[in-house]
Design a protein around this ligand. Structure first.
Ligand code: PEP
Ligand code: MN
Length: 358
């Protein structure tokens, strides 16, 4: 159920409707929009008696939301959600493309700083790096934990990049929410409902990656779990799904971008690194993602991928990242987008690096 307020409804009227809903034993989720505020109602088992609500001052109409996801749905909020970060031009959603770049894992202070310097100079607004790694093998590198979070906090101060990093359980969630700017929930945890609910209590945006074989509905329902707890700043991320294809690590499902955009107001990024698993496929798929209308990209970058402790084969070189930024910057205006930060470095590949830029 959704209460649509009149365009001229006052904050007091909105507050009174929320209180009325809570008084009935439900949860009210006011979602301010450009034209009007809508108030989502959750927690109801059956129908909410609409008669009463319609009579409250400032209410335009009360409508039923038929979709299983409500707060994530465009029915509740028509215009795209734009997530802003205080003190910076970095945004996710809206006209500006968001680029999240960095290594799969934080391996050392030096490694992280080297890569951060490159991606910042190339115009990324967000730095990613795993501190807690959900590895297939228990014997593989599991991440530096808190030490990595502290390194990334230094990177935020030094380069002005906002930090995105994954939480894998409730304990790491608390730390990630404290140290980072965006909490990532990985593909393997997309249906960890306890973790999703806890993330819903955090006051930081959540970047939710699509599950290994999740349908669109499952993906949006996972977002709904976070939103139903009161955290409305959810960023979706397509990272490929498991198919029979073996030429790439996963199969990038770009058609989910317009499918999400039709149904939901939430921003959606594309991660061609985990989707393809292969360095040479990252650039073409990054271009395709922007052309398809994605709100941005998540890209793994490493200056020494052969030595990387995780995901080396899919990590692109800094020079390739520069080229990617240059090319998506050219595609962006065709789809009415732009890269907010220009390149601060020469985009012509040098001779020594030309080989792997190809
Ligand atoms: C990652 O972004 O480092 C990661 C582990 O991604 P995913 O959850 O999509 O596999
Ligand atoms: Mn990775």
């Amino acid at each position: 159920m959704l209460v649509v307020m009149k365009a001229q409804a006052t904050p007091e009227e909105i507050q009174a409707v929320c209180e009325h809903i809570e008084h009935l034993g439900f949860r009210a989720h006011p979602m301010p929009g450009a034209q009007r505020t809508a108030i989502g109602i959750t927690g109801n088992k059956g129908e909410v008696d609409r008669g009463n609500l319609e009579e409250l001052s400032g209410v335009a109409e009360v409508i039923r939301v038929s979709k299983p996801y409500k707060l994530a749905s465009r029915d509740v909020k028509e215009e795209d959600t734009i997530i802003r970060f205080a003190g910076t031009d970095a945004t996710i959603g809206g006209r500006n493309l968001a680029v999240v770049a960095g290594p799969c894992s934080i391996e050392s202070r030096e490694q992280a700083f080297t890569i951060a310097e490159h991606v910042a100079a190339a115009g990324a607004q967000f730095f990613r790096g795993g501190a807690y790694k959900p590895r297939t093998s228990p014997y593989a590198f599991q991440g530096l934990g808190l030490e990595a979070l502290k390194i990334m906090a230094e990177i935020r101060d030094r380069f002005g990049l906002r930090i995105v990093t994954e939480a894998i359980d409730n304990a790491s969630l608390e730390l990630v929410a404290e140290w980072a700017d965006v909490i990532q929930i990985g593909a393997r945890n997309m249906q960890n409902f306890s973790l999703l609910k806890h993330a819903g209590h955090m006051r930081k945006p959540v970047l939710l990656k699509r599950g290994l074989s999740a349908t669109l509905d499952e993906f949006l329902m996972a977002a709904e779990y976070i939103m139903s707890e009161g955290n409305y700043e959810v960023i979706l991320c397509e990272r490929g799904v498991r198919t029979f294809a073996d030429h790439s690590r996963n199969t990038l499902d770009l058609s989910i971008v317009p499918a999400v955009q039709k149904l939901s107001h939430l921003p959606i990024l594309v991660d061609p690194s985990h989707a393809t698993g292969k360095r040479d496929k990252v650039l073409p798929m990054a271009r395709a993602a922007i052309a398809a209308g994605a709100d941005g990209l998540l890209i793994e970058v490493h200056h020494q991928p052969d030595k990387a402790l995780s995901d080396g084969p899919q990590s692109i070189y800094p020079e390739q990242f520069v080229r990617m930024m240059d090319e998506i910057g050219q595609i962006a205006p065709i789809v009415h987008r732009k890269l907010p930060r220009g390149l601060h470095i020469d985009t012509t590949p040098t001779e020594t690096h030309a080989a792997h830029v190809k």
